[in-house]
Design a protein around this ligand. Structure first.
Ligand code: PGA
Length: 258
C-alpha cells in the first residue's frame, strides 16, 4: 500500500525494451543512477512486459520500487490460451497492473465492462490497479471521464475499490498521439476535482481521500512538477520518458526535493 503522503510514479514501458541489450542497458543505467539516492516520498512502479516481470522483481531491490504489469485477464485460471492471470503476475513478483489504457481500448477493443471485470479479478487476487480514464478529444474530458468512471466502478465491489489508483490520461495528450498543445496545471487540477467528486459521491470522503489520482500524457522531467505536483495530482504515469532511467529518476528527485 502506498502511504497517503507518498507520490506515485508509474512507468509504462509499453511494448519496448524487447531486445536483451536494450533491457540490460536500461537495468544497468537504472541501478547506476539510483545509487546513493535517498527516496522517502515516492513509490516508483515499473511496468515492463509480462516476460520481464520476474527479472525486474529479482534485479531491482529497493523499498521504494514496485513492479507491475500492463494488462491481465479477467479469468484466473484454465483454458484461456494466451491470457495472463493476475495470479501469475503476482507469483512473478508483480504488485500492480495497469488497466483501461487507451491503447488497449483502441487496438484490442476493450470495453468499460471488460476493464471492470479485469480490475475486479486483479483486486481479488491481491494486485493493485492503476486504472486509466480520459477523453479521446480535447474538451470532452468532463463527460467522457465521468462515464468511464461510472461504468468501470459500477462493476467493482466497493470493498476492493480502495486499492485502485485512478490515472487521468487524456488520450490526445499521450506523446505518441502528437499532441500539439498540452494541458496546463489548472486544467489537470479540474480533471482531478471531477474524479475526486466522483469518488467522494461513490465511496464517501474518507475512502476517497485515501485513493490516489495521478496524471498521464507526455509527462517528462520538464513538465512533471507543473502537471503532477502543482496540479494537486498524486503522481504520474510515464510512457516515453520512462525508457530513459535517467529521465525517470529525475522525476523521483523532483518529488524528493519538493
Ligand atoms: P507518454 O505515454 O508518457 O509517452 O505520453 C503515457 C501512456 O501512454 O501511458
Amino acid at each position: 500500500m502506498i502511504e497517503k503522503k507518498e507520490k506515485m510514479i508509474a512507468a509504462n514501458f509499453k511494448m519496448n525494451l524487447n531486445l536483451k541489450f536494450e533491457l540490460d542497458s536500461w537495468l544497468k543505467n537504472f541501478v547506476l543512477t539510483k545509487k546513493g539516492m535517498r527516496v522517502e516520498k515516492t513509490k516508483l512502479v515499473l511496468c515492463p512486459n509480462f516476460t520481464q516481470i520476474s527479472l525486474f522483481a529479482g534485479k531491482i531491490k529497493a523499498n521504494w520500487v514496485r513492479i507491475g504489469a500492463q494488462n491481465c485477464s479477467w479469468e484466473t485460471k484454465g483454458r484461456f490460451t494466451g491470457e495472463v492471470s493476475p495470479v501469475a503476475i503476482s507469483s512473478a513478483g508483480g504488485e500492480y497492473v495497469i488497466l483501461g489504457h487507451s491503447e488497449r481500448r483502441e487496438h484490442f477493443q476493450e470495453t468499460n465492462l471488460q476493464i471492470a471485470q479485469k480490475a475486479e479479478n486483479a483486486l481479488k487476487n491481491n494486485l493493485n490497479v492503476i486504472l486509466c480514464v480520459g477523453e479521446m478529444k480535447r474538451g470532452d474530458g468532463a463527460v467522457e471521464t465521468k462515464k468511464q468512471l461510472k461504468e468501470i466502478f459500477g462493476g467493482i465491489s466497493r470493498t476492493r475499490a480502495e486499492k485502485i489508483v485512478v490515472c487521468y490520461e487524456p488520450v490526445w495528450a499521450i506523446s505518441g498521439n502528437n499532441p500539439g498543445v498540452l494541458l496546463n496545471s489548472n486544467e489537470i487540477m479540474e480533471a482531478k476535482l471531477i474524479i475526486k467528486k466522483f469518488l467522494v459521491e461513490s465511496f464517501g470522503r474518507g475512502m476517497a481521500e485515501r485513493m490516489k489520482i495521478i496524471y498521464g500524457g507526455s509527462v517528462s522531467p520538464l513538465n512533471f512538477k507543473e502537471f503532477c505536483l502543482d496540479s494537486g495530482m498524486d503522481g504520474a504515469l510515464v510512457g516515453n520518458a520512462s525508457l530513459s532511467p535517467v529521465e525517470l529518476l529525475k522525476m523521483v528527485k523532483v518529488v524528493e526535493s519538493s
